[in-house]
Design a protein around this ligand. Structure first.
Ligand SMILES: NC(=O)C1=CN([C@@H]2O[C@H](COP(=O)(O)OP(=O)(O)OC[C@H]3O[C@@H](n4cnc5c(N)ncnc54)[C@H](OP(=O)(O)O)[C@@H]3O)[C@@H](O)[C@H]2O)C=CC1
Ligand SMILES: O=C(O)CCC(=O)C(=O)O
Length: 408
């Protein structure tokens, strides 16, 4: 998907062959195997990857994912999207992504800690605050980042907080990072509602996923007066026509580990959930969930892509043809996370802590600026929001590569 999207935009931008090749291929692909002792005493070998798409505009930045379906191809695609996301937001970074093929839900905390520390040791020569800075993604969290910080710092001999972002506050994490991605998804959904002359208060939303991104999208939208009608997780989906009480749902999930069984809601088929009438549909879990099969059935006005790669190229063709849904493409919609990661990295170098208010207000200014850039490019050039966002990003990277020149 990422390569097909790149080719389409490279054609649109008329990129010459040399820049095409330089922009398309990742700079480094690092794959490691890690023997880890399980609680049972058995030693299991895990596979992990870190793909550094490029370092042209600064250090590699991007999350680390733990999921059973992780493979090198997926990580490489996510790294390419990360590099466009950083360029679109004008962050001084290249792009990268990491992943370990594992099922974090079935592993103990001790097993996850040993796996994370071993992965950090294996890739130690390739990371650093000015080289490659990881952050949480699907299946990882601030605890994972704390273990990476500790492993790296133990090796350095002093605390190096700028080695990762998305750390706990006590280890110089940033206020606002935990909610940043979902906050940004909700903020941009409200910008898109405004842009399309639709009211925010009283609007309705459906969200796929209730992890970091989905839950904070729900809380922030609810704080704007949006009714969250439907939410799903890996175990199922729930619905309430007049809107779910998302704060009561948070407590239910804390107790049971799933949205399923929430008292004030009806169960609904998770696939059907995506096609229910709503103003905002926010896929905030998996990739490739809006497909050629269901894109024609969507009944939303705004598609806010909280997840990376939720919409397939076949679905894009259907949505372009329909023209009645404002798509906020992933590299813009979920860029709140990496933007506050950038703020965290800057604070770590300054040895200074900003307040949550400062962080979220700077975040909203930067997101709104990129939103306006993308919507006006799309209107001016008569292209989709996705092509507009990717064109701005790929041109930024291509220009930087051209400016740096060619090493003889
Ligand atoms: N964390 C971040 O800052 C950023 C994340 N993203 C992207 O957002 C997406 C979600 O990441 P994040 O929230 O961090 O991940 P989490 O691991 O915190 O949450 C993932 C959520 O997806 C749910 N899920 C998994 N499979 C399904 C399914 N088949 N149907 C419905 N829900 C499902 C999980 O359910 P359950 O709880 O039951 O396991 C969980 O609620 C990913 O694409 C990620 O790359 C993008 C930018 C930044
Ligand atoms: O915060 C970061 O550095 C990266 C977040 C991420 O992985 C993403 O935006 O997909």
């Amino acid at each position: 998907m990422a390569a097909a999207q790149f080719d389409r935009v490279a054609d649109f931008l008329n990129l010459n062959d040399e820049l095409r090749e330089r922009c398309k291929w990742p700079k480094r692909l690092i794959s490691v195997t890690m023997p880890v002792k399980l609680d049972s005493g058995e030693v299991k070998v895990f596979f992990g990857h870190r793909v550094q798409h490029h370092l042209t505009r600064g250090p590699v930045k991007g999350g680390l994912r733990y999921h059973p379906a992780v493979d090198l191809g997926e990580v490489a695609a996510l790294a390419m999207w990360m590099n466009w996301k950083c360029a679109l937001m004008d962050l001084p970074y290249g792009g990268g992504k990491g992943g370990i093929t594992c099922d974090p839900r079935s592993m103990s905390i001790g097993e996850l800690e040993r796996l994370t520390r071993r992965f950090t040791m294996e890739i130690l020569p390739f990371i650093g605050p000015e080289i490659d800075v990881m952050a949480p993604d699907m299946g990882t969290n601030e605890q994972t980042m704390a273990w990476i910080t500790d492993t790296y710092s133990t090796h350095a001999g002093y605390l190096v907080p700028s080695i990762v972002t998305g750390k706990p506050l006590g280890l110089q994490g940033s206020a606002g990072r935990a909610q940043a991605t979902g906050h940004g998804v909700a903020f941009l959904a409200s910008s898109a509602l405004h842009k399309n002359n639709l009211p925010v208060e009283g609007a309705s939303a459906v969200i796929q996923g209730f992890g970091n991104v989905g839950s904070h999208t729900a809380y922030t939208l609810a704080s704007y007066g949006v009714k969250i009608r439907g939410i799903s997780d890996v175990q199922g989906a729930i619905w309430h026509d007049r809107g779910l009480d998302v704060h009561a749902l948070r407590e239910h999930v804390a107790k049971t580990g799933t949205v399923v069984g929430f008292a004030n809601a009806e169960p609904i088929d998770p696939d059907q959930l995506l096609c229910q009438p709503c103003d905002v549909l926010a896929p905030c879990a998996l990739d490739r969930v809006i497909t050629g099969d269901n894109a024609g059935k969507l009944q939303c006005k705004i598609l806010a892509e909280g997840a990376n790669g939720p919409t397939t190229p076949e679905a894009d063709a259907v949505l372009d043809q329909r023209g009645d849904i404002h798509v906020i493409p992933d590299i813009l919609c979920n860029a709140g996370g990496v933007t506050v990661s950038y703020f965290e990295w800057v604070q770590n170098f300054q040895h200074f802590q900003w307040t949550e208010r400062e962080v979220l207000s700077k975040l909203e200014t930067m997101l709104q600026r990129s939103f306006e850039k993308v919507t006006s490019f799309a209107a001016r050039q008569g292209v989709s929001q996705r092509v507009a966002a990717q064109s701005i990003a790929i041109k930024t990277v291509a220009d930087a590569k051209a400016q740096r020149g060619m090493f003889p």
